[in-house]
Design a protein around this ligand. Structure first.
Ligand code: SAH
Length: 375
């Protein structure tokens, strides 16, 4: 089924909202900042537009949404000061799927604009923020209208559950799991990889048409090392659902037919797709590592007990995984399971896993420039 009808993060500001549980993603954005700065500075110096048109693809709704916008404006402001140029105006397009909580973003704009004026002064910008609901696997902007695309932690979401996960006879190939595991049959791995290849190629094609000559793009998304076990937090959700099937709390067929529309590619896979698609030159591809617990401070306030520290980290991970997966899980399993129950079980499994392993995400940061020949 198409992701654009199913996927959105938990909205609002509540305890289980994405807005309240996106610290991990915030750290991912901050880690990629030097590469973002390098690419957008090059674009700005090269083109020097009066108005810089920038897009954040998969912006979601929460503190990270406008943080990216203000990081980008801050970088260009500093560059224009150092080059003794008048800072450009900014048009910042915030894109996400139509189910995203755009209202919350829009409601925070007056405060954002007034803080911007306070911090940067009246001669800055101005900046204009625009919402663009739609899938980044479709066209979003007119030809040659954008100077720079940014996307953090979004492009690993596929356009749909991989097509090849059902055999010709209609049997589910990934029975009992919701993502690739170390024991998955080759057909499951192939189906995920093929869906990513198809989606990412289309994504690159559309963005290249929308970019001006010399435009740039920086993407950060979940990847994996060549020899890395594909195991992710999603596999742990799968294990919990499997336990619930054994207890008769979840229908087996529902689990067998549920797969996460997500893929973490290797660097080699990503480079091959970029080369094959042909519109972009690669400036850089780097891995950026981050613990599942977002490398949170080891010290645990109020307790010196290591076990309490692990429990706190596991709860933190469970909260952000819930903020991201709850709408998908609810659609598939409905009222049959309570999310509190599922994520309590998830936390307990995670405590055990965290005591045994160092759990790290290997994120890919990909910095690209539109090839001149393709303008
Ligand atoms: N960039 C934000 C959000 C990351 S969460 C941050 O770093 O905090 C991933 C976001 O990507 C979600 O809001 C999801 O709705 C969005 N997304 C996933 N697939 C998408 C698609 N095809 N088109 C647009 N947005 C998409």
């Amino acid at each position: 089924m198409a992701t654009n009808k199913l996927l959105h993060m938990n909205g609002g500001f509540g305890e289980t909202s994405y807005a309240n549980n996106s610290l991990l993603q915030r750290k991912v954005i901050l880690k990629a900042k030097p590469i973002l700065k390098e690419n957008i500075t090059r674009v700005y110096r090269h083109i020097q537009p009066d108005c810089l048109n920038v897009v954040d693809l998969g912006c979601s709704s929460g503190p990270n949404t406008l943080m990216t916008a203000s990081e980008i404006m801050g970088i260009i402001h500093a560059v224009s000061l150092s080059l003794e140029l008048k800072a450009p105006a900014f048009q910042i397009f915030l894109n996400d799927l139509p189910g995203n909580d755009f209202n919350t973003i829009f409601q925070s704009l007056p405060e954002f604009y007034s803080k911007l004026r306070q911090d940067k002064g009246d001669n800055f910008g101005p900046g204009f923020i625009v919402g663009v609901p739609g899938s980044f696997y479709e066209r979003l902007f007119p030809d040659s209208s954008i100077h720079f695309f940014h996307s953090s932690f979004s492009v690993h979401w596929l356009s749909q559950v991989p097509k090849g996960l059902t055999s010709n006879g209609g049997t589910a190939l990934n029975k009992g799991d919701i993502y690739i595991t170390d024991t998955s049959p080759p057909a499951v791995r192939r189906a995920y990889c093929e869906q990513f290849r198809e989606d990412f190629k289309l994504f690159l094609k559309f963005r290249s048409v929308e970019l001006v000559r010399g435009g740039g793009m920086v993407l950060t998304f979940r990847g994996r090392l060549e020899d890395e076990n594909p195991s992710t937090t999603f596999n742990l959700v799968g294990k919990v659902l499997h336990d619930m099937v054994l207890e008769g709390k979840v229908e087996e067929a529902k689990l067998d037919n549920f797969d996460i529309p997500y893929y973490g590619p290797t660097e080699k896979e990503v480079r091959e797709i970029i080369e094959d698609e042909g519109s972009f030159s690669v400036e850089r591809v780097e891995f950026s590592k981050l613990g599942w617990d977002a490398d949170m401070n080891e010290s645990n306030e109020g307790s010196n007990n290591i076990e309490d520290g692990v429990a706190m980290k596991a709860k933190f991970v469970a909260q952000y995984i819930r903020a991201v997966t709850e709408p998908l899980l609810k659609t598939q399993f409905g009222e049959a399971i309570t999310m509190d129950d599922l994520f309590l079980r998830f936390t307990n499994k995670l405590v055990h896993l965290m005591q045994l392993n160092d759990l790290v995400y290997n994120n890919l940061v990909v910095s690209l420039t539109k090839r001149q020949t393709n303008a």
